[in-house]
Design a binder for this molecule. Structure first.
Ligand SMILES: [Zn+2]
Length: 216
């Protein structure tokens, strides 16, 4: 696929709603097959609302501050790290050390890809988008009341014994929308996964778009 082809696919996919991207993320969760249609709707609605609320709360407490500055004020460290074991991951958050690790090599590749210019504002900064995503995980790790930690499904039952589990996609949906809201983006940042795949593992990109088109 050429960069122009990818631009066309990104432009076409950019019209999908946040609910559609949320369904895509939920479909990728290992637990998705265990969820009823009602639970799926609850997760999508609850996680989208939760992500916007956390972004508004953070934005309200620290008005007009960039996500990296926000992280600094919240005591979250940001380091450049080696994520070669997860080379398609832009960043991670470790709640034990309150540290965001940025996959700088991949972030730079995605920023420099011509296709990103289709999606992102002229002066965009992908580091800010990834830090904003991880700030949701920081808030989530410190607050048991957030939706992504509250919502649980029963994995199995044995008589009166139930084994409940959170659904990790709920946190990812919320983090994605938190980043979109905090950074004032006009597109869903899940689309950046496609650019990362294009740069690192193009054969998997077509399947990625097919799954996105079928979601929702
Ligand atoms: Zn995440």
């Amino acid at each position: 696929m050429t960069c122009d082809d990818l631009r066309l696919r990104l432009s076409a996919a950019a019209i999908y709603s946040d609910e559609h991207f949320a369904a895509f993320l939920l479909n990728s969760d290992p637990l998705s097959g265990k969820l009823t249609a009602t639970e799926q709707r609850e997760i999508i609605t609850g996680a989208l609302h939760c992500g916007v609320e956390v972004a508004r709360e953070l934005g309200g407490r620290f008005a007009a501050v960039s996500p990296t500055e926000l992280a600094c004020r919240l005591g979250v460290k940001i380091v450049a790290g080696d994520l070669r074991s997860a080379r398609l991951v832009l960043s991670t958050y470790d709640p034990h050390t309150t540290t965001v690790t940025l996959n700088k090599a991949l972030i730079e590749k995605v920023e420099q890809c011509q296709c990103s210019q289709t999606l992102l504002p002229r002066n965009f900064n992908l580091t800010e988008i990834t830090v904003a995503h991880e700030l949701f995980h920081h808030v989530e790790s410190g607050n048991k009341e957030v939706f992504s930690r509250q919502f649980k499904v029963t994995l199995w039952r044995f008589g009166p014994i139930r084994f409940p589990s959170t659904v990790s996609a709920a946190g990812e949906i919320a983090a994605t929308v938190c980043a979109k809201t905090l950074c004032g983006l006009c597109f869903n940042p899940v689309l950046l996964e496609a650019v990362a795949l294009y740069m690192e593992d193009e054969p998997r990109m077509t399947g990625w778009f097919d799954r996105l088109d079928r979601a929702g």
